[in-house]
Design a protein around this ligand. Structure first.
Ligand code: NAP
Length: 239
């Protein structure tokens, strides 16, 4: 039977690359996004029956419930959940407002609490599941001027490790993929100089591509014996 895979934030960057990489398999993909209707439509046109698109703000419980209900009504099961959608913001800690803080945690961390709680009854019933959370190296090392972002990603990694322990007996694997710097809209504010400076600190001397992360996710989807791990494709930036 075809695997059913939900990918949040699949219209751009890493999520879009994940959708295209996984579409090479014999699968059904539910691509979630927040506002890029035109981008979602183009991907749907390109990938046809392999993909269903569903607009939902994953920071809102009710919209997540609708996303998962749509997927289950359509296909009867969810084999793989990829929590990819996220936001970033650069600000000095002292300038972060309560609204910034709450928005960051709600979008990057609480959203995974929602999606995972919604898919779990089905995965537990099937005694099978794979959950992949896209975190970040900043969750591991912490980042200056991105404290709330780093906290959200460290939270995701703790969620991954704790849930892997709790859900292992139900044959549900939970892992984080924690990218280094990847060329997407999220990082297009960097100047050429800043990028050169970053590259000089990366042993592989290059910025990552969304496809580099997608390949790692592709491998994890097929794996059987990896759980509770924080896998970090980062060019060797942190070792
Ligand atoms: P991106 O290019 O900015 O794309 C973000 C995606 O998330 C879009 O599809 C967007 O949908 C969706 N999204 C944002 N907020 C949403 C919400 N509330 N509900 C539903 N969808 C939402 O970002 P990216 O660089 O690909 O990042 C993807 C993930 O990788 C994020 O979790 C990010 O933290 C992580 N990451 C990125 C990097 C990097 O260097 N780029 C490094 C480490 C980790 P719309 O198109 O509809 O807005």
């Amino acid at each position: 039977m075809k695997k059913v895979i939900v990918v949040t934030g699949g219209t751009r960057g890493i999520g879009k690359a994940i959708v295209y990489e996984l579409a090479k398999k014999d699968v059904h993909i539910i691509l979630n996004y927040k506002s890029s209707d035109e981008k979602a439509k183009l991907i749907k046109e390109d990938l046809g029956n392999k993909v269903e698109v569903f607009k939902a703000d994953i920071s809102k419980r009710e919209e997540v419930r609708n996303l998962i209900k749509f997927s289950l009504d359509k296909f009867g099961k969810i084999d793989v959940l990829i929590n990819n959608a996220g936001i970033a913001q650069e600000k000095m800690f002292i300038d972060i407002t309560e609204e910034d803080w709450n928005n960051m945690l709600q979008t990057n961390l609480t959203s995974a609490f929602y999606t995972i709680q919604e898919v779990l009854p089905n995965m537990i019933h099937n005694k099978s599941g794979c959950i992949i959370n896209i975190s970040s190296i900043w969750g591991i090392t912490g980042a200056s001027c991105e404290v709330h972002y780093s906290v959200s990603k460290a939270g995701i990694d703790a969620l991954t490790k704790s849930l892997a322990k709790e859900l292992g007996p139900s044959n549900i694997r939970v892992n984080s993929v924690a990218p280094g710097i990847i060329e997407t809209d999220m990082t297009n504010d960097y100047t050429e100089e800043e990028l050169e400076e970053i590259k000089s600190k990366i042993p592989l001397e290059k910025i990552g591509k969304p496809e580099d992360i997608a390949k790692c996710v592709y491998w994890l989807v097929d794996d059987n014996y990896t759980t509770g791990q924080i896998i970090s494709p980062n060019g060797g930036w942190i070792i």
